[in-house]
Design a protein around this ligand. Sequence first.
Ligand code: 13P
Ligand code: SF4
Length: 319
Amino acid sequence: PAEDEARIEEIKHLLEANNAVLVAHYYTDDAIQQLAEETGGCVADSLEMARFGARHEADTLVVAGVRFMGETAKILSPEKRVLMPTLEATCSLDVGCPADAFSAFCDAHPDRTVVVYANTSAAVKARADWVVTSSIAVDVIEHLQARGEKILWAPDKHLGGYIQKQTGADMLLWDGACIVHEEFKAKGVEDLKGLYPEAAVLVHPESPASVVELADVAGSTSQLIKAAKELPHDKLIVATDRGIFFKMQQAVPEKTLFEAPTAGNGATCKSCAHCPWMAMNALDNLAGTLRDGSGEIFVDEAVRLAALKPLERMLNFQK
Ligand code: 13P
Ligand code: SF4
């Protein structure tokens, strides 16, 4: 539409005028992902978003995604202004792991190394020994297990259970889940696979174990896009937020992609997965925050310094 075109031109202008760069997650709207690419920003998984923002020389980072992604950017780059299209965009994992209750849980298990998923508040990260994203979680836990460490993991029980299975590590799990990935049902994926037996199944490990078990490849958003390219299959069933289809289809234009059903009993997608918080990012509020700075992220300095340590461990981790 013409008004989108006008908004896109305005955003391009504002990015330049503010010496700002747009860092977008794969689950945001296609128009935002495209804009990030066209303007020298990035579209990425949460680990690459953190790395890109920390290294970029822009004065302002505009993070299109959910709150923890903006906070991570600010923790790593306190000298930069970090803006988000909306500060309302949270994540069920973050909401389900309040800092006070989490801190009490850690206090009750002082013998365990605390590893938290990036999808948490700055205050929760501040209590952790390590932060990980899904693309690096298995490698980090393997490393800690080899050192004989017992793990306290939060908040995603499905991702935690998956890592536990992969590594055999001793992990005590917090009871949290992603409301989007939790909706995928093994029955629905099996039915679709019944229709297309030659298809490969790609699953984000925030999904329930019964769905991950059906996966040819389980991994972060970037890892799933890589797998789509590398697998020989022409048909792919994909269990993650449908935002990923924009970049995945560009990566494999010749392949057929199917959204894994969330209904559990149908071969077609009845209510496809899409994160309601990622969906809050739009061209209008993106232009708005660049115009008036309304979505600026601030992190308390003591919390920031404490959260920086486990985040830096993640960024410096080498397999
Ligand atoms: P990725 O690190 O795989 O991008 O995952 C972030 C996320 O929120 C998935 O739901
Ligand atoms: Fe959080 Fe799930 Fe949304 Fe990712 S898709 S931001 S884990 S609620």
